[in-house]
Design a protein around this ligand. Sequence first.
Ligand code: HEM
Length: 384
Amino acid sequence: MTLIDRLGGTVPRAPVTVELDDIQATVLRYRPEPYYGTHVMLHVADAGAGRELLRRLAPHVDSAADWWRAGQTWISVALTYAGLAALGVPQDSLDSFPEAFRTGMAARAAQLLDTGDNAPAHWDAPFGTGRIHLGISVFSDSEQAWRRTMDMARRQYQGFQGLTVLTEQDFGAQPGDLNPLGYKDSIGQPAIEGSGVDSLPGQGPAIKAGEFILGYPGEAGEPLPMPRPDVLGRNGTFAGLRKYQSRVATFNRFLREHAQTGQERELLAAKLVGRWRSGAPLTLAPAKDDPELGADPRRNNYFTYAGDPDGRDVPLGSHMRRMNPRDTNLAQLTDVNVHRIIRRSTTYGPPYDPNATSLQDDEAARGIYFLFISAKAMATMEFL
Ligand code: HEM
C-alpha cells in the first residue's frame, strides 16, 4: 500500500524541487503495509569486486520518483565508511565525511547510551565489528515479490570472489503492523519541502530538504556540510541501522506492577508513548482508546500540545513528545525542526504477546530494526 492508497487516492501535491530520480526510494517512500523484507550486510575484500557489485546493483536500485504512488517492492543500497575505503575511495575524500560516520556507532556507544547490556560487546555480530561494508535492503508489500526480488539481488552478489555475505536479516510486519511492544508505529514522519507532497494533517510546516538530503539548503538556509567530491554527497544522505531486541516480558511486568486492571495497563502503555497502541494520539483521545482514530492517517497525527502545556494528558517525558515536542514550550534547543529524522523501521521475530512474562520470552529473538535517515549523520539521532 503506497502513501496515496493509504490516504484514499489523493495526496496534497506541492512543487518538486529536489532531484527525485537521483534520490534513493527509501528516503521518501513510506514503509509498505503490510511489509516483508531483508537487510543484507556484505564485506568487500576486493575493491574491484565491490565496484562490480555496485555496477550490477545500480540498475535495480529504485529512485524516489513519484514516491507517493510508486513502490510495492524496492531495493536500496548503503555504504559504510569502511566500505568506501574498501572500494578504494581516496583518503582526502574519506576525510571529508563527518567524524561520527567515520568512527561508526560502536565507537560512539557512550553518546547513544549503549552501555551495560546494550554495550557493543553484546551486539549481534556482525554489527559493531567494523566488517560491514555494504548494506542491501529489500522492502516489499508482498511475500512473493519480496522472495523474487531477493533471488534477483542474490544473483548480483553470490558466487563473487572478494565478496562475503556477513548476514541476511529478514523482517516482516506483525498482524496489524504493530511493533514488538504491540504499538502501531511509523505514524509521525516529517514533511519535506520540495518532495512533491505537501504536509499531511498534523505534520506541521514542511522542513527544508537539506535536513534530510545532501546538497539542498537546510533550516539554517545553507546546505549541510557534504563529503567531497560533490558526486558522493549530492542527493545522498546518512542512514543508521540499529537492531533493538525488545524485552517484552520485562515491559509487560512493568505494566502489571504499576497498574491494577487491564484498562489501567493500557492507559499506562499509552502514557509511556503518547499514543494508545492503536496509534490514537492521547491528545485527541485522553481517556479511552479510539482505534478508528488510530487507523485514520488524516486524523491520527492531527494535533498539537497547545491544550496540554504541562503534560497532564501526554507526559512531557513520553516517548513521542520527547522525540518531537511539536509546539511544546521548550526552554532550550527550541527549533524542533532541526532535530527531525525520517524513520523506516521494521520488526523481526514473533508478534507481541501480552501474556509473555518469563525470562525465556525476553530472550526470544524479537525486536526492531530501527532505520533512520538524516543529512546530519549521527548528530540528530544522538540528540534524540
Ligand atoms: C524499541 C524501540 C522503539 C519503540 C518500540 C518505539 C516506538 C514508538 C511508537 C509506538 C511511536 C508512536 C507512533 C508514531 O508516531 O510513529 C514512536 C514515535 C517516534 N519515535 Fe520511537 N520507538 C523506538 C525507538 C526510537 C528511537 C531510538 C528513536 C530515535 C532516537 C525514536 C524516534 C521516534 C520519533 C521521532 C517518533 C515520532 C514522534 C512524532 O513525530 O510525533 N524511536 N516510537
